[in-house]
Ligand binder design. Sequence first.
Ligand code: AVI
Length: 322
Amino acid sequence: MNVSLPVLDRVEASDREEFREAVLAGLARSPRAIPPKFLYDVRGAELFDAICELPEYYLTRTETGILADCAAELARLAGPGCALVEFGSGSSVKTRLLLDAMPDLAAYVPIDVSRHHLDATAAKLRRDYPRLRVEPVCADYMVLESLPADVNGAPRLGFFPGSTIGNLEPEDATSFLCRARALLGDRGAMVLGVDLRKDARRLHDAYNDSAGVTAAFTLNLLRRMNRELGATFDTARFAHEAFYNPVEGRIEIYFRSLAAQTVTVAGRPFAFAAGERVHTEYSYKYDDAGIGALAKSAGFTIDRTWTDPEGLFAVVYLEAAP
Ligand code: AVI
């Protein structure tokens, strides 16, 4: 029987199939790993918003402070009439700092995989910035190849805040920036938010908060597998684990099995040894040399870098190299 599903149900069904395939492949490989994008179901996104408010998680408020201070200069560097292109726009909260400083933008192009987020955000921005042309693109920015035709002609300013670049492994960070460089064109520029290397204790605490919100964020992935894939994870028998690896310059995040146990996922049994862990995220931290090398590898030069007084976080203005 050929049953045709409504569009939203079809999207949900294909998302679920992608999740199922990624989880089954990730649990079958050694060492086990599940890609970080699956942490962000509706509950995961709420928990991440709560992480951003935590006293230990300095990233969001520090970057917001830097952007508030440098927005006018960013606007001057970008010049009038450019199109602002945000990669992974979510709720576009930090973007408002740029929109306020750039009243003469040709357009704002938020790119996000979540149609729900895009529509809600576009509606709010159109209400709050009635003169702004908002051109949402529902896509995975890691594979996007073109922008809406009606922003052709305007110089393009990319925006990738939040240290999301840190969640990409170095080769993926380079290929993302190369793709962004191609999308933004020869007159393009990019504003990048990067978390900096620092005291290991400070980093450790940011990913092991005392209220346990980051642990809930990691373990929500198990709940999602139970709900969407009929898995049998008992979240009391797994724990969140996050630590700083100074050699690689990254936070590593896992869920760890507290006992020898077998869990069924989508009908398949997976045996876990006591102490065995499943990788869920890396969060790379950069220094000046690392940012410079990354920019260069993707065809950008660094024009300006702003940091906070403690040197925790950097906002970098990259220009397309000639
Ligand atoms: C989204 N990203 C930048 C966060 C980070 O800091 O790497 C994700 C995160 N995971 C746990 N806490 C925060």
